[in-house]
Design a protein around this ligand. Structure first.
Ligand code: C2O
Ligand code: CU
Ligand code: CU
Length: 467
């Protein structure tokens, strides 16, 4: 090899190294402390008064860094988690989805109050590898809150979700501009536990399919224990639990209360002080944290005991550094007029029973995502119903209903600790919860299920036909 050729090879190798910006494959990620929290980018959208918002989204395999380790994940637009889809109340979204994975996938707009049919939040649609689907949906006029997108292909959701397919959806409403909330510094935080084996996403074990997969690394926006340096004295943290099965109990290390303002994309009637917050899989919460002094605070993870899973040690997940000149802050009191469910208007009562991998004694049909699944319930569009949801199992199961939020009327005969309109409900063993649902505005075939992704994949899912 002559010297100019050698120089050329050397330069090519150097530029290859330089362009390979991710870390090397390491046996396990090391926690790099002090890394600044990376804000998630927004998904670019084209807006026009005539067509609304247009965008594109790609699911693909990507290399990302977790701590100091490189790992090959599944991503939306290369992100782990994916970018934030920011929508406005009342607008139409046209989203060209492109599946560059080697497996079929689709998008579920978890929590968004949109049609479950046609090209909207239609989970019966599947994009084969290399194909796409053009989603189109109309954001409700009264919407303001945090939702999220994840895949919903029966039998495959758990693996794809664990591998990284998740992204937040934020609808910015009037209340965000016209209240004390406008003074807060807004951060979207995706909570996800993760496991890595030889630079690949950790595989599911047989026990994972029973108890739900957990990973040892507790990530915030794909980072291990990042640091948020606040610019303002009031933080608004918008939390999304994008874990397959991990229940997160969140608290401040200072012992101060969290100021809870919203759950599952719906504001509470008024701000509530909570010593800690339980986020079941797929749940969202918005909390305000005041930083009126020079103290450093930490957001803590605490274990929630679950059958079949070892306890994870309490640990900090996010450090909150105060702003340069901390100030006293004003917190909002009243937030919204909660529209509570009126039991006198209920036209139907139903019983839902969760038992191991079954709902009302039946598994979801495994072989078809499409038309062959008989509905467990047929509901008349526009009516109100009360469902009693029983957990007959020894495990916790987080109940989720698509499309319609519900009012939790009682849990084991008592009013719930927090009055809220939600789309997630934690069912402990033996629990019976009564929920009120108004099947307003939309019709179509949709579903309710346990949101431990492995349980849903194995059949803890049922079809609801609203006509
Ligand atoms: Cu987030 Cu059918 O689920
Ligand atoms: Cu959902
Ligand atoms: Cu379950």
């Amino acid at each position: 090899m002559n010297s100019s050729r050698r120089r050329f090879v050397g330069a090519a190798a150097a530029s290859l190294l330089a362009s390979r910006s991710w870390a090397a494959c390491a046996p396990a990620p090391r926690i790099r402390t002090g890394q600044g929290l990376r804000p998630l980018p927004n998904l670019p959208l084209d807006r026009s008064p005539s067509w609304g918002a247009r965008g594109a989204l790609t699911a693909a395999r990507s290399n990302v860094d977790v701590g100091s380790s490189a790992v090959r994940v599944m991503s939306y637009d290369g992100g782990f988690p994916g970018p934030v889809l920011r929508l406005r109340p009342g607008e139409t979204l046209n989203l060209k989805f492109d599946n560059q994975l080697d497996v079929a996938t689709n998008l579920h707009f978890h929590g968004l109050y949109v049609s479950p049919s046609g090209r909207a939040d239609n989970i019966w649609v599947v994009a084969p590898p290399g194909a796409g689907f053009e989603y189109e949906l109309q954001v409700a006029a009264q919407e303001a809150g945090v939702h999220w997108i994840h895949p919903h292909v029966h039998g495959h959701t758990a693996k794809q979700l664990f591998a990284g397919l998740a992204m937040p959806v934020i609808v910015q409403g009037e209340i965000d501009r016209d209240s004390e909330l406008a003074q807060a510094e807004d951060h979207v935080l995706v909570l996800k536990d993760f496991g890595i084996e030889n630079c690949e996403v950790a595989a599911h074990t047989p026990t994972d399919w029973i108890f739900g997969k957990e990973g040892e690394w507790l990530l915030v926006n794909g980072q291990l224990r990042p640091v948020l340096r606040a610019g303002k004295s009031l933080l608004r943290l918008r939390l999304v639990n994008a874990s397959n099965s991990r229940f997160w109990r969140i608290a401040l290390d200072s012992g101060e209360a969290l100021h809870l303002i919203a759950l599952d994309g719906r504001f509470l009637g008024q701000r509530m002080e909570v010593a800690e917050l339980l986020l079941v899989p797929a749940a969202r919460a918005e909390v305000l944290v005041a930083l009126p002094d020079h103290r450093t605070r930490k957001l803590l993870y605490r274990n929630y005991p679950r059958v079949g899973r070892n306890a994870t040690a309490e640990q900090p997940i996010l450090t909150l550094l105060p702003p340069a000149s901390p100030q006293p802050v004003a917190l909002p009191g009243r937030l919204m007029n909660l529209e509570r469910f009126d039991e006198r208007l209920a036209e139907g009562h139903r019983e839902v029973r969760f038992s191991p991998m079954l709902i009302n004694g039946k598994p979801f049909h495994h072989h078809h995502q499409g038309g062959h699944v008989a509905p467990t319930f047929e509901v008349r569009a526009g009516t109100r119903e009360i469902w009693t949801v029983h957990n007959d199992d020894v495990m916790n199961h987080p109940f989720h209903l698509h499309t319609w939020h519900f009012d939790i009327l009682s849990v084991n005969g008592r009013p719930p600790a927090i009055a809220a309109i939600r789309d997630m409900l934690n069912l402990s063993p033996g629990d019976a919860a009564r929920i009120g649902i108004h099947f307003s505005d939309f019709s179509g075939r949709t579903m309710f299920h346990c949101h431990i992704a492995e349980h849903a994949d194995r059949g803890m899912m049922a079809v609801l036909d609203v006509r």
